[in-house]
Design a protein around this ligand. Structure first.
Ligand code: SAM
Length: 261
């Protein structure tokens, strides 16, 4: 395509997820705001606050399942606004060309357009093409609200570990498990009724949003996911927050970090 996307061989099991995001791509940002009442923005800001990209100098970042580039934009803005850093780069990788296209269009309105600071790549988180995404080459790997859509979480973590430099950081923001029973009940009500309804009204696509809600249910709990991160070879805890993860809003979402040892 005109974006210079490099296509990787695609597995058939991924086609469902691709279809889901194809059908929601153009409405994705709107739906994100509507379904989370804008809260996903605060959570993304929390992730950036945790990581403070640029604090220790320019970073080479990879944002996987990067979609329309929310995290990439925040990383670049944070580095520039706080540390006058215009050398940090973010490579946005997503399996879905439609999402990348939305992101590309959005970045046209920013100062990063047509600079080496941002680039868009079509690819599968579970098998990043090694010729393009080399071993030991990134300072920061981020994945937000993306890993739960992947068929194999261990495969994603293995690839994250492979492409990060030793000592570099893995960070994941994802929907998680609510511990408080009252909050959990309210949240269930909300996600199984309000979100598919909003999907129907705003995007004309109830099934895709139903799928997204169900994928949240199936995702491992915070301690289980932290163990998977350690199983991939990362150390967790102590680096950013004194633990392997930080719950946001009682565990509706959580931030997990790991360091490649
Ligand atoms: N990170 C963005 C954000 O936080 O706004 C987008 C999140 S969106 C809910 C999930 C994204 O994951 C979609 O853009 C989808 O195309 C992408 N995705 C799903 N499976 C993937 C895979 N196996 N490899 C790469 N991207 C994938």
């Amino acid at each position: 395509t005109s974006f210079g996307f490099k296509t990787v061989p695609e597995e058939s099991k991924e086609s469902l997820v691709k279809g889901v995001f194809d059908s929601v791509a153009s409405k994705y940002d709107l739906m994100n705001d509507a379904s989370s009442l804008g809260v996903h923005r605060l959570w993304k800001d929390s992730l950036i606050d945790t990581l403070k990209p640029g604090r220790k100098g320019p970073l080479r970042c990879i944002d996987v399942a990067g979609g329309t580039g929310d995290i990439a934009l925040r990383i670049l803005d944070h580095a520039r606004e706080n540390y006058a850093d215009r050398e940090t780069t973010v490579e946005i990788v997503d399996i879905n060309a439609q999402m990348l296209k939305e992101g590309f269009t959005r970045f046209k309105k920013t100062m990063y357009h047509n600079t080496p600071q941002v680039s868009f790549h079509e690819g599968n988180a579970q098998e990043l093409p090694p010729s393009q995404f080399k071993d030991d080459s990134y300072d920061l790997y981020t994945i937000t609200f993306g890993i739960r859509n992947c068929t194999s979480i261990p495969a994603v973590l293995r690839e994250a570990y492979r492409v990060l430099k030793p000592g570099a950081t893995f960070a994941c923001l994802e929907f998680s498990k609510v511990n408080n029973p009252l909050l959990s009940t309210l949240y269930d009500q909300y996600s199984f009724t309000v979100i598919p309804l909003l999907g129907t009204i705003l995007a004309g696509d109830r099934d895709s949003y139903q799928y997204l809600v169900e994928s949240i249910r199936k995702f491992p709990s915070q301690p289980e996911f932290a163990q998977m991160i350690r199983d991939a070879g990362f150390s967790t805890g102590g680096d950013f927050d004194g633990g392997a993860w930080t719950d946001l809003w009682g565990g509706i979402a959580s931030i997990h970090t790991g360091v490649k040892v």
